[in-house]
Design a protein around this ligand. Structure first.
Ligand code: FES
Length: 118
């Protein structure tokens, strides 16, 4: 068995078909912020910290339209691409690098677990 540096760089969080288009699922992170993974109606996937930049509303429960989610609490619109609030609202939530490979979703380990991860 050889070990490449790339092994473990990405966290496999499961098959893409676990999230229906227009929906999201959450990924609890021990010792860290819960993450929301979104599947848009045009078949893009995005991951953000599951806390609205306004008052930490659960973005995973918001309405997805285009590459935007509307927060379920006070209807701020948050870009899934950048994590920035749109329109007149200001704030930003961290985004998590995500890739798809062979029908599965991967998140960048370092972004999920932080630099402390061994
Ligand atoms: S907490 Fe999201 S809009 Fe207020």
């Amino acid at each position: 068995m050889t070990h490449s540096n790339a092994v473990g760089e990405w966290l496999d969080i499961g098959p893409v078909d676990q999230i229906a288009p227009g929906h999201a699922r959450t990924l609890p992170v021990r010792g860290g912020e819960e993450i929301a993974i979104f599947h848009t109606l045009d078949n893009q996937f995005y991951a953000l910290v599951n806390a609205c930049p306004h008052k930490r509303g659960p973005l995973s429960q918001g309405i997805v339209h285009g590459s935007v989610v509307t927060c379920p609490l006070h209807s701020w619109n948050i870009s899934l691409k950048t994590g920035h609030a749109l329109g007149n609202d200001e704030g930003c939530v961290p985004t998590i690098p995500l890739k798809l490979d062979a029908g599965r979703i991967f998140l960048l380990r370092e972004a999920v677990l932080g630099k402390k991860a061994a």
